[in-house]
Every structure is written in C-alpha cells, then in structure tokens.
Write a protein that binds this ligand. Structure first.
Ligand code: SAM
Length: 233
C-alpha cells in the first residue's frame, strides 16, 4: 500500500480526520501540531482572533496589554495573538496536561512567547493573582445530549467538546469569576454555540451590567461571538 492509499483508507474507512493523518492544521496562517489530545482549531475561531485584534485597536489603541486565553487546547488562539500583536503579553490555560504539551510545542515551533498555566478554569489565574486587560475563550460548548458526528466524538477529546447540560457551564464559571482576574477597563470575547445568543446576553448583563455587549455572526451568518467591553467594572 502506498502512503497515499494508507492515508485515504484512514480517512474513508477509519474516519480519522485529515489533520490527524498529516499531524497538523493551519490556524491564522500558523502551522499547529494536532493530535487526539486537542481540539482541531476551527475556522470560526480564526474569526474570533480577528475580533480580539479589532476590538483591542478600538479600545486600547496601541497600549501594551495583558491577554489570557482560557482553555487553550492546541494553543491556537494564544499563539496567533502573540504573533500578530507585539503589544500583547499572553497567558494561556488548560485543565488538560496533555493539551498543554501540544500547545507548548506549537508555541516553540512558531516562536511565539506565551506563558502556559495548567488548572481548572480561573483557578490558576486567581491563585497567582494575575490581572488581564483582555480575556478570550472558546470553551467546550456542546450540550451534553447534542448529537456529535462520530469523526469528532471518536477523535477529539471529550473534555474539549461538552459544556454541561445546556452548553453554558463554562461561560457561567468564567463570567461569574472574571472580576477577580480583570483590570478595570477590559474586554471579554467568547466563541459560543449559534443557538445561545439570548443566554449569552443575559449572562453578560448579569455579571457586567455596565458593559457594552455585542453578539456577532460568523461568516456563515450564525450568532457565534459575544464581545463585552467594560470601560469600568
Ligand atoms: C473547545 S476547546 C478549544 C481549544 C482552543 N482554544 C481552540 O479554540 O481551538 C476547549 C478547551 O478547554 C479545555 N477545558 C475543558 N475544561 C476545562 C477546565 N475546567 N478548565 C480549563 N480548561 C478546560 C479543554 O481541554 C480544551 O482544550
């Protein structure tokens, strides 16, 4: 069997994603190693990176800022941000030790300066008393009982996919504790399920009643990103 035939059979018969067969994916123009320990970065998430950069320009102009990416997986968001904006000091966290091994390797390969912390959501950030100007996260957001195609379920880690009963679990945790890790003027940006616009706005208003909240559609016209700008907490 040639390499090509072997790879084709892995994809067509064993339903292994192409990115796992070749061992990498591209994100925002940067090559990212991927394996079964990390989510394969999705195109929508590249749009999220663009919104971080755009909102930073509007709110902070050219100031030096501290940025955190919670649930970094392959490190894609954190690495792209560190590469694209020299004024960003980037910290990235994940609960998965195995994911962080991949993320660190990706930072090394891309010569990106990112500090990685292991732990549950905000815990490693709060315990080190870190404070940020920008919080970005694409947490696990699939509701527990939602259908997920086999290729995804069998090849990508469950810890990266499911976000509690209604898929909102991690947004609630992050927003309810965000005050502990944010500076007075800050921006919060999330990727989320297209069906959660109302719930995201309600959650944002509950924890940041003075914030400016905006839900933005992805290129497919789905409500995908929520941005909260807090001039003052
Ligand atoms: C949807 S994936 C996103 C990965 C990457 N940020 C991206 O956009 O491609 C969610 C990530 O959150 C991590 N995660 C899940 N539960 C977590 C928790 N309690 N604390 C920190 N990270 C968590 C998973 O390991 C996974 O890497």
């Amino acid at each position: 069997m040639t390499i090509f035939e072997e790879a084709t059979s892995k994809y067509l018969e064993q339903r292994i994603p192409v990115q796992h067969i070749i061992g990498y994916s591209y994100f925002y123009g940067y090559q990212m190693k991927v394996n079964s320990q990390v989510l394969i970065p999705r195109p929508e998430t590249e749009e999220l990176v663009s919104y971080v950069l755009q909102t930073y320009d509007q709110v902070f102009q050219d100031a030096a800022v501290d940025v955190v990416d919670i649930g970094t997986g392959s490190g894609a968001i954190a690495i792209a941000l560190a590469k694209e904006e020299p004024h960003f000091s980037v910290v990235a966290t994940d609960i998965s030790h195995e994911a962080l091994v991949v993320a660190k390797e990706n930072a090394r390969r891309n010569e990106a300066k990112v500090s990685f912390l292991e732990g549950d959501m905000m815990e490693p950030l709060i315990s080190q008393q870190l404070r940020f100007d920008i919080l970005v996260s694409n947490p696990p957001y699939i509701p527990e009982d939602e259908y997920v195609e086999d290729m995804v379920k069998k090849n990508e880690p469950n810890v990266a996919l499911f976000g509690g009963v209604d898929g909102m679990h991690f947004y609630e945790i992050i927003l309810s504790q965000a005050h502990h890790i944010l500076k007075e003027k800050n921006i919060i940006l999330f990727e989320h399920s297209h069906s959660k616009k109302k719930k995201m706005i309600a959650l944002a208003n509950r924890y940041f009643p003075n914030g400016k909240v905006e839900v933005i559609q992805d290129l497919n016209g789905k409500d995908r990103f929520t941005i909260i700008v807090n001039e003052k907490i």
